[in-house]
Design a protein around this ligand. Sequence first.
Ligand code: TRP
Ligand code: SF4
Length: 329
Amino acid sequence: MQRVLSGIQPSGSQHIGHLVGALDNFTRLQDQGQAFYMIADWHALTSKYESVEEIWPATQELTATYLAAGLDPKQATIFVQSLVKEHAELHLLLSMVTPLSWLERVPTYKEKLQNAVADLGSYGFLGYPLLQTADIIIYKANKVPVGEDQLFHLELAREVVRRFNFLFKREVFPEPEAVLTKTPKVPGLDGRKMSKSYGNCIYLRDTNAEILEKCTRQMASDPARLRKTDPGNPDICPVFDFHKLFSDAATQELVSTECRRAGIGCFDCKKRVAEAMTRRIEPVREQIESHLSRPEVIQDVLRDGSARARAVAAETMADVRDAMAMPAL
Ligand code: TRP
Ligand code: SF4
């Protein structure tokens, strides 16, 4: 049977990129095998160690977002990383058999080290992808729905699995495979990648007024179209990328033809994007708020999910300790 695992760090609010890129994929995979969706609160510590008090509220908000996006806690196991201590034990054991150079050469490592706001020069940050490996393989997961930026981490996980199985002469872990989303990447309001640090996000909890304001005032359009009377080119316009993600086929068709013959202005076009986006986000936002107003339900989901995760993780750890000739007294 297929096992699916993925996770998101609780280090801030979720934006539409999370919804279209990750959460829709999580939801789609939850009934194809056994699915585990984690809140990676230990991973959040790598950058949030100076504001630890933000992590638990963000964990609850992310849980509400998982539920609002359509994850069903009866089908998928929704859990908190820090409540399954076995991940830490496996991380430690893997750290003994993983060459330092494998971690140092992960491209996201040096990149983030240089660009980050927080000081990431910690031991834990270097080990970030190895902890992620432990997260995945402790459930013997075969499929990992992630964004493209995680492919190097998945490659590391596969290498570590091969090394582990080779060293201890058994197939304890299967090699996990990334499942990329079919939807194209969601651009930010300025056309760059949507990211909190760029200030170019539309958040799932933004109000309708905020969505409209961000779309009409901040969204970049075809730079060559200066006047309303100039024809535009939707193929190179970031606004049209949003239409492709959120508008129905008829609207896309209409905008595309009218843009090319200067029959629609960019302001109107952006307003239509805002409307389409609002139709998609509003119900999600309402669900998030409604879940957040019942923190005890969120806590029950996490308590129950984490207990289920722990049972599976404990089984794997028994195999691991045995393979590594640890005593079981
Ligand atoms: N590194 C992932 C991210 O930043 C989060 C994550 C932690 C994760 N553990 C994982 C993703 C395990 C997939 C599987 O988005
Ligand atoms: Fe872009 Fe729409 Fe303006 Fe055309 S009308 S340039 S698609 S914003």
